[in-house]
Design a protein around this ligand. Structure first.
Ligand SMILES: Nc1nc2c(c(=O)[nH]1)N[C@H]1C(S)=C(S)[C@@H](COP(=O)(O)OP(=O)(O)OC[C@H]3O[C@@H](n4cnc5c(N)ncnc54)[C@H](O)[C@@H]3O)O[C@H]1N2
Ligand code: MOO
Length: 406
């Protein structure tokens, strides 16, 4: 029996960051930048108005007040999208809309609320100083400057900046492509009615969803029967498009545990009992010339999803170039709302519902119990040496992917 930490260490010291690739900015969402990015153009690209109002020479309205307004002739309208450069002579004004280019010579904007809104001539009731409500060219970003550094995670804000700064494609660490295979003669495809002794292949849809939730790209192969040749052919066929492969089932002590039987003989695959519950039988190694990491997770659904969170998700994040905090990553503190027991000598991953920071059991803790899994928000991680948890005890919880809330 090895510890959770030992198994995770072996995985993380094996996987490597995927080589960088150039992607369109939208496809790069969720990826890590592989190189610094310089702005092609300045932002704003031209000096423009921050308000709907009137472009003026500030010196013309220096005495304006409610009691003694200044009246100016309105000589033009400038809308956003106007592409003609205008000039404003002293003693005149132009109506200008938010985002429209400032006319040459104008140095302030008076918001429409501080005027009578006139279209031929306008009464200005408040003074404004030089620069008021004017967005200067390059005040946000200067052309040629580095706008995003290598290692930055690209979210919506970063993608907007790239697009606005004239960058349509970027070099990033691509999302890992992850093939999901489930094994077992008892499996029927989702949507089919299982006969006696059969079950729906829920693991492959669960893990496909988990791969998406962690920011990687899934390829769901679905159920493969417990047949050595079919399994080997399927794996060999999938290696070409996979940065990683996940299988479920067939790794314990059964007479028909094909995954373990077939893979024990190839690549660097190793099968271990890991001191955890659920998720004890685990296999990991690399296959093929490209050394594709293969995770063979146990078939019980809760065991498979717990294993994904504890071993696969950190590995996929590492392959995607995301910095992972030191072990254990991403855990949040909570307080036990009720007492419960835990098995000695194994790290237990208890499905809990979180009400603020109070953790209560999500229901039955059997590794086949999808009802309780679906009710849970997080896994409370109970160390190997703890056998009793009392109400009020502090817990460390691993939030379940996709349940973090909006
Ligand atoms: N004699 C022993 N028996 C078992 C041991 C053991 O140490 N000695 N370990 C148990 C533990 S712990 C686990 S976990 C399971 C792991 O089993 P396998 O990985 O070999 O998985 P299977 O036997 O194929 O299936 C287990 C269970 O999960 C259901 N299953 C399988 N695939 C799917 C799927 N795609 N979707 C939904 N459900 C699935 C399957 O029907 C079984 O009920 O072994 C214990 N046994
Ligand atoms: O280790 Mo198993 O995953 O408990 O059912």
């Amino acid at each position: 029996m090895i510890s959770v930490e030992q198994h995770l260490d072996r995985i993380l010291s094996t996987v490597t960051v995927i080589p960088p690739f150039e992607l369109g900015v939208l496809d790069a969402q969720g990826c890590i930048l592989a190189a610094d990015v310089q702005a092609r153009g300045s932002l704003p690209g031209f000096t423009n108005s921050a308000m709907d109002g009137y472009a003026v020479h500030a010196s013309d309205i220096a005495t304006a007040s409610a009691e003694s307004p200044v009246t100016l002739p309105v000589v033009n309208d400038i809308a956003a999208g106007n592409t003609k450069p205008w000039s404003l002579a002293s003693g005149q004004t132009m109506r200008i809309m938010t985002g429209a280019p400032m006319p040459h010579g104008a140095d302030a904007v008076v918001p429409v609320e501080a005027t009578d809104g006139g279209v031929v001539r306008v009464q200005i009731r408040e003074r404004r100083s030089v620069g008021a409500h004017v967005r200067e060219v390059g005040e946000d970003v200067e052309a040629g400057n580095v706008v995003l550094r290598r290692g930055t995670l690209l979210g919506p804000g970063q993608i907007a900046l790239l697009a606005a700064a004239g960058i349509a494609r970027v070099r990033v660490v691509p999302r890992p492509r992850v093939v999901v295979i489930s094994t077992g003669d008892e499996l029927v495809e989702v949507g089919r009615t299982p006969g006696f002794g059969q079950i729906v292949d829920s693991n492959s849809v669960m893990l496909t969803a988990a791969v998406t939730a962690v920011g990687a790209t899934p390829f769901r192969v679905g159920g493969v029967p417990d047949d050595a040749r079919t399994l080997m052919e399927t794996l060999e066929g999938q290696l070409v498009r996979a940065d990683a492969i996940i299988t479920t089932g067939g790794v314990s002590m059964g007479a028909f545990d094909t995954v373990k039987e077939v893979l024990s003989r190839v690549g660097t695959m190793r099968f271990d009992k890991v001191a955890m519950r659920p998720g004890m039988p685990q296999g990991f190694g690399v296959l093929g010339d490209e050394r594709v990491p293969v995770f063979t997770l146990p078939g019980n659904p809760v065991s498979a999803l717990v294993s994904f969170h504890v071993f696969v998700a950190p590995a996929l994040r590492a392959m995607a170039g995301r910095p992972e905090p030191s072990y254990p990553p991403g855990y949040v503190p909570a307080v036990a709302a009720e007492p419960f027991g835990s098995v000695e000598g194994k790290m237990e991953f208890v499905r809990v519902i979180l009400d603020d920071d109070r953790a209560r059991l999500a229901g039955g803790q059997g590794s086949h119990m999808l009802g309780a899994l679906a009710a849970a928000d997080a896994l409370a991680v109970i160390p190997e040496d703890v056998t009793e948890v009392a109400a009020g005890d502090e817990l460390m919880c691993l939030p379940l992917l996709g349940r973090e809330g909006m």
